[in-house]
Design a protein. Structure first.
Length: 460
């Protein structure tokens, strides 16, 4: 990329952020061109070249889409007040601009918006459809999501932005990682990779949705062409944790929005994001572990996530419900993280099936072999076990055959890997004593490390 284009991208990306954050302000061509340090004529031409949309058209579209987003969840608001807030001089001018984009007047959209958006190529999410599928969505959330409310601190990010070209996301992340490694600026101690969405896909055509791929950085940076600093602002967010197939990510977004509405929270103008915790290709079931963040207004009914230390002493194993078992698994994972952070890379607690939960432990040597150890809790039988597993079926089959047809017999080799993620397994305890959680953790630690040590030594 030549220096001229780098400079164009740097200045126009700055202006795009300025517009999106100030849609309720006076955004004249003179003001914006001055902020971009161009003459009005030159700025207009550069903006059109980079964004493929005239600056005035872009601003009007963004304002109309912002109003449409508000009407979809707050149909009681005054149209005149919205028009005035977002820079329209009269109701007539507002109505004309709105109808040009959505094909109906703001009044019609106010009552029929959820059906009308389908007419511009966006999937309709009508009230009838909402009512019919709400129970299914709630059940899907229960099975696939862990949703909490958190107040996130500001996050320092390096970003690359694009409009509509979602197929470029992988290459954009690769570019950011190479740049960050070269500059030695990545925040490796708390590394995060995320995509921020600047438009609402419920009201904006996918070809015009603007997004930014981002990675965490350890220090402030100067803009270098298309790579620039973008901070995720401090604020309250609904955070949904998912372990799902990539084709289910759109379901996850729908589920998150339904959850916010059903719990009577209010959406806030801000950065909506996906945060990625794994490479689906390395997951035994090719699933993506992601978090979806939706910004919320601070209201009286906001209930923040509280990390509870559950007292298990009053329960026997038959009394423990799903949430208590998951809570114990999270405590167990945290114990291993604190004690063995330098030795093992730990996966998140899997909780997508009511029958069991697990988390993985692996080392650099094992990752090269595409192997990992997994600590499992069978919820129905309340049994803790550990197994050797692989990143995919071919890897599991390779090592299963290696052990199956050898004279090695220290631990149980599974009969078949066709329907199993396990290669070799070992029961840690069939009678866990949850009334003494610390002793149970120590028991699991001793048995797990013994299994890991012997298998690692054999693999070497």
């Amino acid at each position: 990329m030549n220096n001229t284009r780098r400079e164009y991208l740097r200045r126009i990306n700055f202006i795009l952020d300025l517009i999106e954050e100030n849609l309720d302000a006076d955004l004249s061509l003179e003001y914006l061109s001055k902020e971009a340090n161009y003459s009005p004529y030159h700025f207009h031409r550069v903006f059109l070249t980079v964004v493929n949309e005239r600056v005035n058209e872009f601003i009007i579209r963004k304002r109309i889409e912002r109003i449409a987003s508000i009407l979809l969840v707050k149909s009681h608001v005054s149209l005149s007040n919205l028009a005035y807030t977002y820079g329209f001089n009269s109701d007539t001018a507002f109505s004309r601009a709105f109808k040009k984009y959505y094909g109906v007047s703001p009044t019609e959209f106010k009552s029929q918006g959820k059906e009308i958006i389908s007419k511009i190529g966006i999937e309709s999410f009508s009230l009838e459809k909402y009512i019919c599928c709400i129970d299914n969505i709630k059940q899907w959330i229960k099975m696939n999501a862990q949703i909490t409310i958190k107040e996130l601190p500001e996050m320092k990010l390096a970003s690359l932005s694009d409009i509509g070209n979602f197929e470029n996301i992988g290459g954009m992340f690769q570019k950011l990682m190479q740049w960050g490694a070269q500059k030695e600026i990545l925040d490796t101690s708390n590394f995060k990779a995320l995509t921020i969405y600047h438009d609402n896909p419920n009201v904006t055509q996918s070809s015009k949705v603007r997004f930014s791929t981002c990675v965490t950085i350890s220090d402030n940076i100067n803009t270098e062409g298309e790579i620039r600093q973008r901070n995720l602002k401090k604020g309250i967010y609904a955070i949904g944790h998912f372990e799902i197939k990539t084709e289910e990510i759109s379901n996850a977004w729908n589920a998150m929005c339904v959850w916010v509405i059903e719990n009577n929270y209010e959406f806030r103008d801000g950065d909506y994001f996906e945060m990625y915790h794994n490479d689906p290709q390395n997951h035994p079931e090719q699933k993506a572990i992601i978090e979806i963040g939706i910004p919320l207004e601070r209201t009286e009914n906001i209930q923040f996530e509280v990390t509870k230390n559950i007292d298990f002493s009053s329960y026997d194993k038959q009394d423990l419900d799903y949430n208590q078992l998951i809570s114990y698994m999270k405590s167990l994972r945290l114990f291993f993280h604190k004690e063995y952070d330098t030795q093992f890379k730990l996966g998140n607690v899997y909780q997508g099936n009511p029958a069991y939960s697990y988390f993985s432990l692996t080392t650099e040597e094992l990752e090269k072999l595409k192997l990992k150890f997994v600590i499992i809790l069978n919820h129905k039988q309340t049994i803790f076990s550990i197994c050797l597993s692989g990143q995919n079926k071919d890897i599991r089959k390779k090592y299963w055959q290696m052990f199956k047809y050898s004279d090695w017999n220290r631990y149980h080799i599974v009969e078949s890997i066709d329907d199993s993620l396990e290669i070799i397994n070992h029961i840690i305890t069939k009678t866990p004593d949850f009334s003494n959680g610390q002793n149970l953790m120590k028991q699991i630690e001793i048995e797990a490390l013994k299994f890991i040590h012997e298998l690692s030594k054999t693999l070497e």
